[in-house]
Design a binder for this molecule. Structure first.
Ligand code: ATP
Ligand code: MG
Length: 500
């Protein structure tokens, strides 16, 4: 690295209630480089970013930008220094439009008058430049999670940062959309913008990183030079978990039962084509498709989040009347949604309350229980999924992004359901914890539960599914049997370019 670093962080320490999230961490960033940060859930990646952007004040350590030391970084100062950030959390204003969200906090004013038309024009330019399509006047609350994610990225880029930080920017995306983000990162780093990029997709990291730093337990463990794109990922994973490990999960083989769950002629829209499929006892049915193919809509309709326009749902030959999510829970269906921050968690409530919320409803209705007394019941889940927390009484809000997701998974696992609908269950979850989750899911299947798993993660679909149902434009294009499942076949059917 020839030039001087644009950012240096030295010996940063940050504690929350006496627990060290960052423990003497140092890193630097050179002009025009893409520096990727990787590490397990709760390692300290997002906290480090928040220290750099002035969202958290560190207890100790030095921040240097352009050779100048900033003992008291603030959000306003970091913005002024040209630091732009796409946070892991969704901080968009749901009741505002796309344009309003891009420019909130940076309204273009001339003589104090807001220039809505200028803003629309600038927003259009940005979208074109990035090759994206979004309806500018649409309200954010009505947008898909992936479009919201694109909006977060556009908002950060609109400020023309010199240093761009992206925390898990592609965890909401399928391969095509993730590719757009990677192209964007390459493009802006060529223009001289320096990028800090956090991701659990190590293959993605390998593609774009100039350097990769592994963070573990609030410390920087090792920095790899990846300018040749030849870093050994197994070695990176081992550094992440602190022992030797591999990236691949090997599913156990076991006997699958007869048909258990049936969806017959389900209509998701008034004039849509009916959808029919069944899932066997002990089976994991993968559901593949491009974002927007209609997979989530089908899951929403089954669970009762969204209206059905006809069709029947049966379990063990018996028809289930499902008009609302509450009906589903009564019929022992669990639904782990893709938009976890909005639908899955009560962020202000303690972790233990979140974990027991559904389970308690189904087992002891109408009883008022002190949450603290429930802690022993959830210990197994916390340990099993390796949820990193200081106490089960801590608010879910204070968990790291990945650990929040594990709580959503955990609460449904605790619910003792028969049918599990997972929508992108392992987004934002580190490789090691993914394997833990697959293990838990396989256990459920072995007990005879029925599992439907929507996923855009190819290795996951291929290694975990017994069959893969491919959806395009709201229709089932193909159901692939175990020996037909491959990345190639899934993509061909999802894009409807198959011949035969
Ligand atoms: N406001 C807070 N209060 C208490 N603890 C916190 C707070 N913010 C973060 N932590 C803790 O600090 C640790 C590091 O969290 P951080 O969000 O930096 O992890 P991360 O590496 O970004 O993980 P992930 O991959 O899951 O996003 C975690 O144990 C988390 O629970
Ligand atoms: Mg994080």
């Amino acid at each position: 690295m020839p030039k001087a670093p644009i950012v240096e962080m030295r010996d940063i320490e940050k504690s929350f209630h006496g627990v060290k999230a960052l423990n003497g961490l140092s890193m630097d960033l050179y002009p025009g480089e893409v520096h990727c940060l990787v590490g397990e859930n709760g390692a300290g990646k997002s906290t480090l970013i928040k220290v750099l952007t002035g969202a958290h004040l560190p207890n100790r350590g030095t921040i240097i930008v352009d050779g100048v030391e900033y003992p008291h970084m603030t959000a306003a100062l970091s913005k002024k220094l040209g630091i732009g950030v796409v946070y892991q959390e969704n901080l968009l204003v749901p009741w505002m439009s796309v344009v309003e969200n891009i420019f909130v906090g940076q309204e273009m004013s001339r003589l104090g008058v807001m220039r809505h038309r200028d803003e629309v024009r600038r927003a259009q330019e940005l979208l074109e430049k990035l090759g994206l399509k979004l309806k500018l006047n649409q309200m954010v609350a009505n947008m898909s999670v992936s479009d919201q994610q694109f909006l977060k990225i556009i908002k950060a880029i609109s400020m023309e940062p010199r240093i761009l930080i992206m925390d898990e920017p592609t965890s909401m995306f399928n391969a095509t959309d993730a590719g757009k983000v990677l192209d964007l990162v390459r493009r802006i780093s060529k223009q001289g913008v320096s990028v800090i990029y956090i991701s659990h997709f190590l293959k993605e990291v390998k593609q774009i990183a100039d350097r990769i730093t592994v963070i573990r337990d609030g410390k920087s463990i090792r920095t790899y030079d990846n300018r040749g794109g030849d870093v050994e990922l197994d070695s990176v994973v081992s550094d992440m978990v602190g022992r030797s490990a591999t990236m691949f999960y090997q599913k156990e083989q076991y006997e699958i039962g007869g048909t258990a769950f049936e969806v017959k002629d389900l209509r998701v829209t008034p004039d849509g084509e009916p959808v029919s499929f069944d899932v066997r006892r002990g089976e994991i049915l993968g559901v593949a498709g491009m974002v927007g193919a209609g997979r989530t809509e089908i899951a929403n309709a089954i669970f009762g989040v969204r209206r059905k326009y006809g069709g029947r749902i049966l379990y063990e030959g018996k028809e289930l009347q499902i008009k609302s999510p509450r009906d589903s829970v009564r019929h022992r269906i669990a639904y782990i949604t893709e938009d976890r921050q909005k639908l899955g968690l009560n962020l202000n409530a303690p972790v233990v309350e979140n974990l027991t919320e559904v389970g308690m409803q189904t087992t002891i209705p109408g009883f008022f229980i002190r949450v603290r007394n429930l802690i022993p019941l959830v210990r197994g889940i916390i340990d099993g999924l390796k949820i990193k927390l200081t106490s089960p009484m801590m608010a879910a809000r204070n968990l790291s992004g990945g650990n929040q997701q594990k709580v959503v998974l955990g609460k449904w696992l605790f619910s003792n359901s028969d049918i599990f609908l997972f929508d992108e269950p392992t987004r934002g979850i580190d490789v090691n914890s993914k394997a833990e989750f697959y293990r838990v899911m396989t256990e459920l299947a072995k007990e005879g539960k029925t599992i439907i798993m929507i996923s855009s993660d190819m290795p996951e679909l291929i290694s975990i599914s017994d069959r893969v149902m491919v959806i395009a434009k709201g229709r089932i294009v193909k159901i692939l049997e175990k020996d037909e499942i491959s990345e190639n076949s899934i993509i061909r059917y999802a894009l409807e370019v198959h011949t035969a």
